[in-house]
Design a protein around this ligand. Structure first.
Ligand SMILES: Nc1ncnc2c1ncn2[C@@H]1O[C@H](COP(=O)(O)OP(=O)(O)O)[C@@H](O)[C@H]1O
Ligand SMILES: [Mg+2]
Length: 230
């Protein structure tokens, strides 16, 4: 499984990650599923996602990383996702490092090219039987050189099961809509009134999204009203 890992020995990497966790070093980012570590040596760079915490939280995070590993096995070969080297010691997810800037900080030089490529990427994921579901999150979309999208973080992605699986099919279809709605939201920066005719087919808000939007709007209205009273 780890044969191809930039010539880095599996045991060497395992020692490195255990040491990094213990000494709290080499942390690249602290995320929801755990910490993300950056391995750098002689120009070789890898990302390692490691679960943190004990008890129920730890169990859930480990399960999410195992799930993410299963997702990566389904989508290997899709352009725009990091290469996955495997699940080291059954718990550390080893990924190709993408030298990019998170979308919320990046300057996109050619929006048309970028969002066309992102739409293709989303469709390619769906063709492989994977719906991401979390594309609206500001740090799950990376931008390479201002114009090329990369999608990461498949911790809550839905995998389409084969055969008779009505619950999975329902969730999967919902997740497909989430992905396209996220694409619209990102492309139009939330200005839904600007959606072009040719993109309308991708915008199909689900009940869940409508309710969460309603809660958010109500909350903002209350906040505004309270501010006015002060
Ligand atoms: N393959 C990668 N290449 C470059 N940066 C990455 C990669 N994977 C994760 N990161 C960085 O780490 C952050 C957290 O990773 P992510 O997979 O989103 O974890 P979480 O599930 O904890 O949100 C990302 O926002 C990104 O900045
Ligand atoms: Mg994330």
């Amino acid at each position: 499984m780890f044969r191809d890992m930039n010539n880095i020995a599996e045991n060497e990497l395992l020692e490195w990650i255990k040491r990094s966790i213990k000494t709290r070093t080499n942390i690249f980012s602290c995320g929801y599923q755990g910490n993300v570590y950056l391995y750098e040596d002689k120009g070789r760079r890898l990302i390692i996602k490691a679960p943190v915490g004990w008890g129920l939280g730890g169990i859930i995070r480990r399960a999410m990383l195992r799930h993410e590993h299963r997702v990566y096995s389904r989508i290997s070969g899709v352009t725009g996702v990091p290469h996955c080297y495997g699940l080291l010691d059954g718990r550390y997810l080893v990924l190709e490092f993408i030298d990019a800037i998170p979308r919320y900080r990046a300057r996109i030089t050619d929006r048309d090219v970028f969002f066309k490529a992102l739409l293709k990427l989303i469709k390619d994921l769906h063709k492989s039987g994977v719906a991401h579901t979390d594309l609206k999150k500001k740090d799950n979309l990376l931008v390479v050189e201002g114009r090329t999208p990369f999608v990461i973080d498949f911790g809550v992605a839905v995998i389409r099961k084969s055969g008779f699986a009505p619950v999975n099919r329902y969730l999967y279809n919902l997740a497909l809509k989430f992905d396209f709605n996220a694409w619209i939201k990102l492309k139009y920066d939330g200005r839904y009134e600007d959606i072009l005719e040719q993109d309308r087919e991708y915008f199909n808000r689900t009940v869940i999204e409508k309710v969460s939007r309603l809660i958010k709007d109500t909350y903002l209205d209350i906040k505004k009203a309270l501010k006015g009273k002060r």
